[in-house]
Design a protein around this ligand. Structure first.
Ligand code: C5P
Length: 399
């Protein structure tokens, strides 16, 4: 899928610059045209000559070069590629990007571009964890810039931790992700995922075994298809999906408040395992064992978030999708949910323990809608997400 595409690779001043040579080679093998710009610092790590030889193009270094500007000015350089990749993306270069500076060719091109930008950050672990770097990265992500890595492991400076540049195959996977067709471009989506935790007292809660894997995979797939996606997630161990705005919540009431703030959207997918009940009056202090025996918990019903979205009137999304995790009468129960919760599609799945759905990687889905049932084969949760998003695209007339 990368054949014939053009990438502008900006090489920053990191020891990992040597991996950029491998990245260029692998991209060239896939038929990608690679033009390279290097910061002054980068030339201390690898030579422009090797970059030019491997990329088979002249290397751009100087903002004020008369010959470069007359051949391919910095504005054209930023426009004539399908994607800009910055690898290594150093703390300094990201800080200059975040501040909107244009003090060298790399920063100017990044400020002048109308193309999407992928960063492969790398630096010492303390530099990566520094509040300034984290704030810069958060700001850049907010502006739609995508990051790949850094990974954990031995760093060139001898310390261990997060800061190592992503390997070329991971960077290429991120490039493929960013250059994939985007049928949902311009649409907005919200996804709920994970469990909710309902407090009993400050240290105890009622929760469930939902891993968040399916909801997170759906949010990632919607974003990959170009939808502006917000994920409202309960406590999970899942990594943050790329290109998705994340709102973390704990309780069902917090999830509802977050969802209500996000409406209207075009697409809503409720994959969260919301606790049906919460403790009516959680204790302010930790409950103690005592002479009075075990406490009695009085429960009240939680709001139904899917039903609230399904009946949101003018603010109702064009497509509302719910899940039905059932242990018996899977399709019949899902049908009932369609009307009860006012949703367009219910993805029904069997979560009886023998199926290993909760926390597992596979799911057997029956897509139930007003016109019938579509039985899907057993798929990984990522495949379910991709199939759902493809189906959403067709439904909205975008695929
Ligand atoms: O009624 P049940 O919990 O089986 O419904 C499952 C569907 O409803 C899921 O899509 C789930 O995310 C959603 N739901 C919700 N709020 C609740 C309960 C369920 O959004 N309080």
């Amino acid at each position: 899928m990368l054949e014939g595409r053009n990438i502008l690779l900006i090489i920053g001043a990191g020891i990992a610059a040597y991996k950029s040579l491998e990245l260029i080679r692998r991209l060239r093998e896939r038929g990608v045209g690679v033009r390279c710009a290097m910061t002054d610092g980068a030339t201390h790590f690898i030579t422009p000559l090797s970059v030019a030889a491997i990329s088979e193009h002249k290397v751009y270094q100087d903002l004020f070069s008369l010959t470069d500007e007359s051949e391919m000015g910095h504005i054209r350089l930023s426009r004539e590629s399908d994607l800009i990749v910055v690898a290594p993306a150093t703390a300094d270069l990201m800080a200059r990007m975040a501040a909107g500076m244009a003090d060298d060719l790399a920063a100017t091109v990044l400020l002048a571009t109308d193309k999407r930008v992928l960063l492969a950050p790398t630096m010492n672990v303390m530099m990566w964890n520094h509040a300034a770097t984290q704030a810069n990265v958060a700001l850049l992500r907010q502006r739609g810039i995508v990051t790949v890595g850094p990974g954990s492991g031995d760093l060139a400076c001898g310390e261990v931790g997060s800061g190592r540049m992503a390997e070329p195959p991971e960077i290429i996977a991120a490039i493929e992700y960013m250059l994939a067709p985007r049928p949902l471009e311009g649409a907005s989506a919200l996804v709920t995922s994970g469990p909710t935790y309902e407090p009993i007292d400050p240290v105890r809660f009622i929760g469930n075994r939902s891993s968040g894997k399916q909801g997170h995979a759906i949010a990632a797939a919607l974003a990959r298809a170009g939808a502006r996606t917000t994920l409202v997630a309960g406590p999970t161990h899942e990594p943050d999906p790329a290109g998705v705005a994340l709102v973390r919540i704990e309780t069902a009431n917090e999830m509802l408040a977050a969802v209500e703030r996000l409406l209207p959207v075009d697409i809503a997918v409720c994959a969260a395992a919301v606790a049906d009940w919460r403790v009516a009056a959680p204790a302010n202090n930790k409950l103690k064992k005592g002479r009075n025996g075990a406490p009695t918990l009085s429960l009240v019903e939680n709001p139904d978030i899917l039903a609230t979205i399904g009946r949101a009137g003018a603010r109702r999304p064009r497509l509302v999708v719910g899940f039905a995790a059932e242990t018996e009468n899977v399709v019949a129960n899902a049908r009932a949910k369609l009307t009860k919760k006012g949703c367009d599609w219910v993805l029904a799945n069997d979560v009886s323990p023998a199926q290993g759905t909760f926390g597992g990687d596979r799911n057997t889905i029956h897509l139930v809608h007003a016109d019938g049932v579509e039985d899907w084969p057993t798929l990984t949760k990522a495949e379910v997400a991709a199939r759902l998003v493809e189906r959403v695209g067709r439904h909205l007339g975008r695929a």
